[in-house]
Ligand binder design. Sequence first.
Ligand code: SF4
Length: 397
Amino acid sequence: MKWEERLQAQMPQNKLASAGMMCTYCDLGPCVINPFDEEPRVGACGIDAENMNMVNLALKVMKGLSDYTIELPETISLSLETMMGPHHTTGITIQSLLEASRPILKASEERVSAWHIDEQKPRDIEQGVGVLQRDAVNIVLTTYEPEMIKTSRSQKMRKLAQDNGAQKINLVGALCGGTEAAYAHGIPLLGGTDQLEEAQHMIDFIYESGDCVQACEQAVENFTSRDKAQFVPTATTRVRVGYPIDTEAINAALKKGVINGVVGLMGCHYGKSTWDTDELVQTLADSDIMVINLSYDLKHAEPGPESSALFSEYGIPLVLNGGCCEPGKFLGIDSLTVLIPTWGDPRLLTAAFAFASEGIPVILGTMPFVIPAVKNQLVEAGVTIESDSSRIMDLLR
Ligand code: SF4
């Protein structure tokens, strides 16, 4: 069963839960409240709808921070005692959540700067299910692990593959880590969750972590028993990757009026998002707005990466595929708006709050689970929610 079918099986999703009116924070719960018409309007501890949103958002921020091993600050105290107290409040506000999220930007920047980029250079790579090969050992890399790239290309592994009837080892990327590997090392890119599900019977091994040699050996063994008759040849698309995100040059181009703004497109386009990101990228490029795309859905705009004034003057493509969705990659860019088609993982919602805390506008394509009053607070704080991507240009102006 594919994720779309699993999601469909959940429909229609609960309206109260969709507004964040369900809480499982403590064992008095689960509490479901209804601030719109019926009782109860408060949880068993006494908190109201807005405070319940804050509990749920704080848990998301806590998860987002933990991805960078950062703890929730003391200013955000998730405490049942406070909720049970005379005022029945969490004391958490949207502003305090934004402030709490901010440190992930620096942490992300440090993470990215620790990655080796010696082999990074502009080049065209293939993208799509068609990167898999019938007669090669197909290994999918989903974490950024340069050692795996080296091992899969070694003489020893090439010989092992050939001794077992394969033409070669075909290492391709997928998901966040694989996108970074495609960006920095030029390996082909399978894509995301959709492509992984579609291609599962053509993949010999998915590398997430562990010993690289053992992984290659296991992949070769799996190749020998893969049913080659099930292989479906599919076309690929060719996309340019590998340009550095040169903040100084981008800001100089902005100042000189060579580009009219910068949009950071962040995270992957799947799930509930109804954005047409291909059309959006083309519209932005047509308006000389630079797009830095941090997702496994690599982008391209006509008439091609080398045809803009930005490229002629600064050697930077107007649509730059910049690897995986680390928010720290955008730090220091002026006139930036961050677009997040689907926040999907709490890390991206935390990133959205972090950008907003820095005064960088964010547009989300899917709603956080909040009531209208809290949505308005998010908008006031710089986090807009817009499900129709054709309206985004108006929001940028
Ligand atoms: S924190 Fe309050 S609303 Fe949440 S589960 Fe416990 S009692 Fe219910």
